[in-house]
Design a protein around this ligand. Structure first.
Ligand code: SF4
Length: 366
């Protein structure tokens, strides 16, 4: 029998909102655009892309005087740079109406243009007494985050980072499955089924939230269904927002191995443990142990694991899981194997890791 949240056709498009200029629309203050090919050429194959430009949407012309945020970071004002016009009220009126309008789109996510005083989600510049600090949020992005607190959201610049991109795309597809589940006649029994399919994925993101969702679902019959679904959605999406790590993934991979340890030959066991260790040490990408596990799951017809979303959380064509994760163990080896300048290679890799940890509010577990 088909399970609606799992067996929907991948061509059954859901929608993600995108800042219009990232889709190539010439709506920027200077009449230009910031077309992002990864979004249109890759994500556009799996999702409808809904353009939103809050500045044009609130009635400003193209081209226009550029704007910046000023004042108190808790209540920023949107002000034009040259003519010193305050556009805050006009923008807030647009935001209030737009978020309500977007409810009917059943969005699965939103990608914002970084640095924009209207659309930037993280570390947008705000000026106070002539000094700029990067700690604010564009007015429209802030309104979206308030109205849709569980909706997966990212900035296009951060999607260049493999860890952040993978986490975002995984959440897009999980939210899409959750939305389909909600529209297909949810019951406590069906929630148990949905939860069972996502167990290992949850475990890889947050063992603590994995346990909390398990307890919630086990006691689901004691709660009114709407309350149960709301609580589950919060835990589910907040858990997925926590990043996986090589340590957490390796734990899940070894846990999976336990399901057919009796069937595996000594040689198969040794090979699998070695591949998992190679991933854990940062020498191979996650796709290596996952591919081997998928093979054994099919070979030994392990029904429980066959139903785990963890094994294929999104279409393989999106080509994620292809970079080794960086771990302290991996770095000295990368130094040795780098053809050009090993110290520089390690330095660049370290910087990338540090940058993520400093800038990403979602990185909560090392
Ligand atoms: S307001 Fe947002 S969508 Fe419009 S041009 Fe600026 S960054 Fe792009």
């Amino acid at each position: 029998m088909l399970t609606p949240w799992k067996d929907f056709p991948l061509t059954d498009f859901s929608t993600i909102g995108v800042s219009s200029c990232l889709l190539g629309e010439q709506v920027r203050y200077d009449g230009g655009h910031k077309h992002d090919r990864y979004i249109t050429d890759n994500l556009g194959r799996w999702f409808n892309l809904l353009p939103v430009c809050p500045e044009v949407g609130c009635g400003l012309p193209v081209p226009r005087d550029s704007m910046r945020l000023e004042g108190d970071p808790a209540a920023p004002r949107l002000v034009t740079r040259n003519s010193r016009m305050d556009r805050t009220d006009r923008m807030q009126a647009f935001c209030h109406a737009k978020v309500v309008e977007l409810e009917s789109e059943e969005l699965c996510g939103f990608i914002f243009k970084k640095d924009s005083p209207s659309s930037g989600l993280f570390r947008v510049k705000i000026y106070h007494d002539g000094i700029a600090t990067k700690n604010s949020t564009g007015l429209f992005a802030a309104a979206m985050a308030r109205h849709f607190p569980l909706l997966p959201m990212e900035e296009e610049g951060r999607l260049n980072d493999p860890d952040l991109r993978e986490n975002f795309i995984e959440r897009l597809f999980c939210y899409r499955r959750w939305k389909i589940f909600l529209t297909s006649g949810p019951t406590v029994g069906r929630l148990v089924e949905f939860h069972a399919g996502h167990k290992l994925l949850m475990m890889a993101h947050s063992p603590a939230i994995y346990r909390a969702t398990g307890t919630l679902v086990a006691n689901g019959g004691n709660l009114p269904l709407p309350e149960l679904l709301k609580s589950y959605e919060e835990l589910f999406m907040n858990g997925l927002a926590q990043h996986t790590t090589p340590g957490k993934n390796a734990d899940v991979l070894r846990h999976m191995m336990g399901y057919f340890k009796k069937e595996l030959t000594t040689g198969e066991k040794a090979e699998l443990l070695e591949v998992i260790k190679g991933y854990h040490d940062g020498l191979t990408p996650l796709v290596a142990p996952l591919t081997l596990l998928r093979h054994y799951v099919r070979k030994y017809d392990q029904q429980y694991l066959l139903g785990q979303i963890y094994l294929s959380p999104y279409p393989a064509e999106l080509m994620l899981h292809l970079e080794p994760k960086l771990t302290p163990l991996a770095l000295p080896r990368l130094h040795r194997h780098s053809a050009a300048d090993p110290r520089q290679q390690g330095g660049i890799l370290m910087k990338r890791r540090e940058k993520i940890d400093q800038t990403d509010p979602a990185v909560q577990e090392a």
